[in-house]
Design a protein around this ligand. Structure first.
Ligand code: SME
Length: 144
């Protein structure tokens, strides 16, 4: 199965998972689990917008930094720019926050509700160059 096929199978399942649940923490938890299990990423989770900070939300994988200021790291930069950031090699991203030394590539996708960014979805991989525009296209469809 190609990555695209895997996303095409998974996205309707994710939509169904969250369709009847309004609680965003519960939805973040199930989405992180579904993505993590399907693709075997190193770390899959959410940071929630709280004032001028991103605060750690539901995730799968090793422990992570709890707070990331606006504009800092890949997550804070994706939030500030309002767009997905794909990082093929995290060691070359100025300001990358290394929660785990095992991570080598990363994608961060802002999640909007009513037009405002309310969270970011952050996925880390131990391989380099894991994420591309296919991941971006499907992950950007995820709604809480
Ligand atoms: N690497 C991220 C921090 C979060 S951890 O990867 C889970 C960043 O630079 O924003």
């Amino acid at each position: 199965m190609t990555k695209e096929q895997a996303y095409q199978q998974l996205l309707p399942q994710i939509e169904a998972l969250v369709a009847d649940e309004q609680d965003m923490i519960a939805n973040m938890a199930n989405i992180a689990a579904a993505l993590h299990e399907a693709f075997g990423f190193w770390w899959t989770g959410f940071y929630r917008v709280e004032g001028d900070m991103l605060v750690l939300g539901p995730f799968q994988g090793p422990i992570a930094c709890t707070r990331i200021p606006y504009g800092r790291g890949v997550c804070g930069t994706a939030w500030a720019q309002g767009q997905t950031i794909i990082v093929p090699n995290v060691h070359e991203f100025a300001g990358h926050i290394a929660c785990s030394s095992a991570s080598n590539s990363e994608i961060v996708v802002p999640i909007r509700k009513d037009g405002r960014i309310i969270a970011v979805l952050d996925i880390d991989s131990v391989e380099y160059n894991t994420f591309d525009t296919i991941d971006q296209r499907y992950l950007e469809q995820i709604q809480l």
